[in-house]
Design a protein around this ligand. Structure first.
Ligand SMILES: NC(=O)c1ccc[n+]([C@@H]2O[C@H](COP(=O)([O-])OP(=O)(O)OC[C@H]3O[C@@H](n4cnc5c(N)ncnc54)[C@H](O)[C@@H]3O)[C@@H](O)[C@H]2O)c1
Length: 314
């Protein structure tokens, strides 16, 4: 049994990670300040004897009295709506929060895996995106607070790895969806599902021809667990390389929910990337990982969660 600390553990990805590591018989410390997370994501875990919740803002130092084996640093707003509402806390958790997480790992001689993002590539000029692409980011645009926070997270992680020989891993996560996302989270899949289930207009930014690739959350969690096991400091892309337009995604969700929603087009947000698809060659080679869930299968597992939240009967 290992002792694992997960920051951002009450969020979408963090809550799945807490569950995954508990199921594998580990002890889990979940740290969160509920900035964008929700107690309902972890409520059922509170009675688990190996689960311990710590209400804490990672921008402040954290001391843990017992030996930690591993840390997963996932605390950070992740949806554009969230981080544009709270740009300073986003930058702070990417900088100070990451510093505190790395310091904690150093104090415990624990391995640490940090959540980075495809957003470090910005609006990419290389397609699909490989890890050796340095990105095309507008540091002062509305997304800059998130993109640059994560680029700083990567730089600080490497400084700790080089200076203190810390065992670090960085995963660059591409769009992921699944249960425990908030209805008002603003990301494409939860937005479309909630609009479709309520037969409201489905709002697409621009003409919907921009592409994304959507990874089902449990596929991603498997990739993260594998990345924690290997000794590889270089960033690894994790995501589903099956690319589609945002319009195609909306149409798939209309079909899957049997919705009567109409698709309507809205102004495209500033710096919205045109294309997004991970090159996962490195993940395949180093981790032996690739996602196995198609969007249709993933939607079948996700839609019932949203129905429950919206109190819509099956
Ligand atoms: N979901 C995705 O598609 C995706 C893609 C790329 C990267 N990521 C990264 O994965 C991580 C989790 O994303 P998510 O989708 O679960 O987002 P989320 O908003 O659901 O979860 C983030 C969690 O971090 C917590 N948090 C934020 N600031 C904190 C602080 N200062 N101290 C303690 N807790 C804090 C929030 O309360 C929340 O529970 C983020 O670091 C994000 O950048 C996610």
């Amino acid at each position: 049994m290992k002792t694992i600390l997960i920051t951002g553990g009450a969020g979408f990805l963090g809550s799945h990670l807490c569950r995954y590591f508990l199921e594998k018989n580990n002890k889990v410390f979940c740290v969160d300040n509920f900035l964008t997370g929700n107690n309902s994501n972890i409520e059922d875990l509170n009675t688990h004897p190996q689960f311990h919740f710590i209400h804490h803002n990672m921008c402040h130092p954290l001391y843990i009295g017992e030996k930690l084996d591993a840390i997963l640093h996932f605390a950070s707003p992740a949806s554009p709506i969230d981080y544009q509402k709270v740009p300073i806390p986003t930058l702070k958790v990417g900088a100070l929060g990451t510093h505190n997480a790395l310091g904690l790992a150093r104090a415990h001689n624990a391995s640490i895996l940090l959540a980075s993002t495809s957003e470090v590539y910005g609006d990419p000029q290389i397609h699909p995106q490989k890890e050796d692409y340095w990105g095309h980011v507008n540091p002062i645009g509305p997304r800059g607070c998130y993109d640059e926070a994560k680029r700083f997270l990567e730089a600080l992680t490497f400084a700790y790895h080089r200076t203190h020989k810390l065992k670090t891993s960085i995963v660059r996560i591409f769009n992921t969806y699944g249960p425990n996302m908030r209805l008002q989270d603003g990301r494409a899949v939860p937005n479309f599902i909630s609009q479709a289930l309520e037969n409201k207009d489905m709002t697409i930014h621009g003409d919907g021809s921009q592409t994304r690739s959507f990874c089902y959350v449990l596929d991603l969690v498997e990739g993260i667990a594998k990345a924690l096991e290997v000794n590889q400091p270089d960033p690894i892309n994790l995501g589903n390389p099956q690319e589609m337009t945002v319009l195609q995604c909306a149409q798939k969700i209309i079909e899957a929910t049997l919705s009567h929603s109409k698709i309507v087009f809205e102004k495209r947000p500033v710096d919205d990337p045109n294309v997004r698809r991970p090159d996962i060659t490195r993940a395949k080679e180093i981790l032996g990982w690739k996602p196995t869930t198609t969007l249709s299968e993933g939607l079948k597992k996700t839609i019932p969660y949203f129905k429950k939240v919206l109190s819509i009967s099956e």
